[in-house]
Design a protein around this ligand. Structure first.
Ligand code: PMP
Length: 362
């Protein structure tokens, strides 16, 4: 019996992608072994690798100016790898601070060069409840890049229009919202996402990077940390996480089958709208800290009137077959993650549970 999984990441995966993996687990396409047991230099794995890249390229309409890379080390390694490659002691990078993950990215840059906060929405309670307004963003035109977090997994905020950074290379951590809807990849010089929320299992990071930008990267750092090393070897410089890439292939292929990112956006908006409507029906009971125009369609956060009620909500929802609703340990309350594998029906089930919970506990 599979539960309704609202986990923040690793998150639920679309059932057809898992079923395909199950069917192929012991014997991949008549080859007498699992894809996990194949050489990463063999033709079976190579076909999977190429298909994952080509599906991603097609779904995101990645232009020729950019290249897809599959890396390891999680999104957190990108926090360090980006400044390591592009920042020097003489240059400076700008950061847009919208949550815990932006802070972590900012922190790693100090080892390589100068860094500057171009905007922050940290409030007096030391929390982030909104995305900065355009007029609050002061980008240094000489910055080597501007780093942003497109969706703030913990605080439940999301950029609904990407900032105009006046020609400075824009770098985005899209770990919790890549593939939630179509985007214009050419707006980003580099975007990256740990796969374990919207794209696949943990163990792989998807990077889409401008070829020209990559070519300007430092060469006085170890080869294994240079983007160009992976670009020149089609992400096969060393052994990649073959099974994780295989599962991403299954998820990407499912996305294509259901109608691509336009269809996912429709479902994702419907899911978010249903859930926010339920919250707004009972504003005294379900207290949403995020300003309305910054609300995330991927991670919806709210608090009940007391911590005891938060706990009861989590416990009772679990009995009703729903898991993953406890807020992040640093934020408390409830967090509902609505990544691509969560269906509109799953959200309807949660919403009826919420309406019922207010009736009995409110
Ligand atoms: N960035 C964002 C926006 C995240 O949500 C997370 C993980 N929750 C990370 C970075 C860190 O990812 P990883 O664990 O893959 O390093």
């Amino acid at each position: 019996m599979r539960v309704i999984n609202f986990n923040p990441g690793p998150a639920g995966l679309p059932l057809p992608a898992l079923e395909r993996a199950r069917d192929e687990l012991l014997e991949f396409q008549g080859s007498g072994m699992s894809i996990m047991e194949h050489s990463h230099r063999g033709k079976e794995y190579d076909a999977v690798h190429e298909e994952a890249i080509s599906l991603l390229t097609k779904l995101l309409r990645i232009p020729d100016t950019h290249q897809v890379l599959f890396l390891q080390g999680g999104a957190s390694q990108q926090f360090a790898q980006i400044p390591m490659n592009f920042l020097t002691p003489e240059t400076s990078a700008d950061y847009l601070m919208t949550g815990v993950w932006s802070e972590k990215a900012f922190d790693e840059a100090k080892y390589y060069g100068k860094r500057r906060i171009a905007a922050t929405t940290l409030n007096a309670d030391r929390r982030y409840t909104r995305i900065p307004r355009e007029d609050e963003i002061q980008v240094d035109p000489r910055a080597v890049y501007v780093h942003m977090t497109s969706n703030n997994t913990i605080y439940g905020t999301q950029w609904h229009a990407f900032p105009d950074v006046g020609g400075v290379p824009l770098v985005a951590d899209m770990s919790s919202d890549l593939l939630w809807k179509p985007i214009d990849v050419s707006q980003f010089t580099l975007l990256y996402a740990g796969a374990q929320k919207n794209v696949g299992p943990s163990g792989i990071v998807i990077v889409v990077v401008s070829k020209a930008f990559m070519a300007r990267g430092r060469t006085d750092i170890p080869k294994v940390f240079r983007y160009t090393t992976y670009a020149e070897n089609n992400s096969l410089y060393n052994t990649p996480p073959t099974f994780a890439i295989y599962l991403c292939r299954n998820v990407l292929s499912w996305i294509q089958d259901v109608g691509g990112l336009t269809q996912l956006e429709k479902w994702n908006r419907e899911k978010g709208d249903l859930l926010y409507a339920a919250i707004d029906r009972h504003p005294e009971f379900y207290r949403a800290p995020v300003e309305k125009d910054s609300r995330s369609y991927m991670n919806v956060v709210f608090n009940l009137p007391t911590e005891a009620l938060d706990e009861a909500f989590v416990a009772e929802s679990k009995k009703a077959g729903m898991v993953g609703l406890k807020g992040h340990r640093s934020a408390g309350g409830i967090r509902v993650s609505l990544y691509n594998a969560v269906t509109v029906d799953n959200v309807r089930t949660l919403v009826s549970f919420m309406d019922q919970f207010v009736r009995t506990r409110g």
